[in-house]
Design a protein around this ligand. Structure first.
Ligand SMILES: Nc1ncnc2c1ncn2[C@@H]1O[C@H](COP(=O)(O)OP(=O)(O)OP(=O)(O)O)[C@@H](O)[C@H]1O
Ligand SMILES: O=P(O)(O)OC[C@H]1O[C@H](OP(=O)(O)OP(=O)(O)O)[C@H](O)[C@@H]1O
Ligand SMILES: [Mg+2]
Length: 285
């Protein structure tokens, strides 16, 4: 039987969340960060622990069938590799920044200047598109220090909270792209392994949908139920069960986690009591 080979970052920001989401879709791995390879106990799958920056090449060569990887790395090195599913973690931007004291306030002010980055293809493509030419200094880490040591006039690197820019006295002047962890597949994947990826994708969608939503249970007088159903329409229609108390019911529904706090006052104004909000592990449509 064919086994799906999936690459996961060996160590670093993506490692833990990648293994966590695989666990949530029911894939148990005989673990060990120290191993380069591990097998799943209950799915025809092998995990390869690799360096983030090496993964696009492994995908391209078909050494692995799929990978959990930062979208920004695929944009930089991935070209022909397709994204199957966005996974919602490791969200960040790739941005251009300059010293706070710099007169530069937009990208065009960096025309003819020096930019330090670990993402030369991304920067070059963006500059070309904007008709700007700059001299790139490719460095692999601590990019934000470059302007302070006189190596560059600006930088292009990952920004998340912005604290690294702040600590280094830099200001963001241009966002090049938004990124998050994604499941990507090799252009060389076999039909058999593509079918396994489809199974994984189906499971991922149900876990991601579950993360986005909450299960709500509440009690309400029967004459208010219609109004409450309109506030909480649920996946199809809410479940309503009679309470032992005459004239009252329990209503169960699903709501997007971001919407819950904005409807809570409306629910209470319509007589809802004993409101419980629970996480959802999986949501299969
Ligand atoms: N500060 C951040 N906040 C959120 N996501 C980030 C942040 N920094 C990096 N990422 C995302 O996580 C991915 C992995 O980052 P990490 O710093 O662990 O790897 P790396 O040092 O680039 O790679 P390697 O595994 O080759 O050492 C990045 O490609 C990016 O998608
Ligand atoms: O906006 P912030 O929240 O400060 O995050 C941005 C920083 O995070 C990443 O570095 P990381 O901490 O992964 O260190 P590294 O350069 O050694 O990979 C990235 O390269 C930035 O420097
Ligand atoms: Mg990093």
């Amino acid at each position: 039987m064919s086994k799906l080979k999936i690459a996961v970052q060996k160590s670093g920001r993506l490692h833990d969340d990648s293994l966590k989401i695989l666990k949530e879709i029911g894939i148990s791995i005989d673990n060990g960060k120290d191993q380069l390879k591990a097998s799943a106990r209950n799915f025809p799958l092998e995990i390869f622990y690799l360096r983030n920056g090496d993964i696009p090449q492994y995908l391209r060569d078909g050494v692995v069938d799929a990978a959990i990887i930062g979208e920004n790395v695929l944009i930089e090195k991935g070209g022909d590799i397709s994204i199957v599913e966005r996974l919602g973690f490791s969200k960040c931007k790739v941005s251009i920044a300059v010293p706070k004291s710099s007169k530069a306030s937009s990208l065009k002010d960096l025309d003819g200047k020096r930019i330090a980055t670990s993402y030369p293809n991304t920067v070059n493509q963006f500059l070309e598109q904007e008709g700007i030419s700059a001299q790139l200094h490719i460095i692999n880490g601590s990019v934000e220090i470059a302007p302070n040591i006189g190596l560059a006039d600006g930088i292009c690197d990952i920004v998340s909270s912005g604290s690294t820019l702040f600590k280094n006295g830099l200001k963001e002047i241009q966002v090049l792209l938004q990124s998050e962890a994604v499941l990507a597949t090799s252009p060389a994947i076999s039909e058999e392994n593509k079918a396994l990826i489809d199974k994984i994708q189906f499971r991922l969608k149900s876990v991601l949908r579950g993360r986005e939503n909450k299960y709500v249970l509440l009690n309400a007088p029967n004459d208010k139920l219609e109004a409450i159903v309109n506030i909480l329409p649920g996946m199809n229609s809410p479940t309503i069960l009679p309470l032992a108390k005459e004239g009252w019911s329990s209503l169960h529904s699903v709501i997007n986690k971001n919407d819950f706090w904005s409807v809570i006052d409306e629910l209470k104004a319509n007589g809802a009591e004993g409101i419980l909000v629970c996480p959802i592990e999986n949501m299969v449509l």
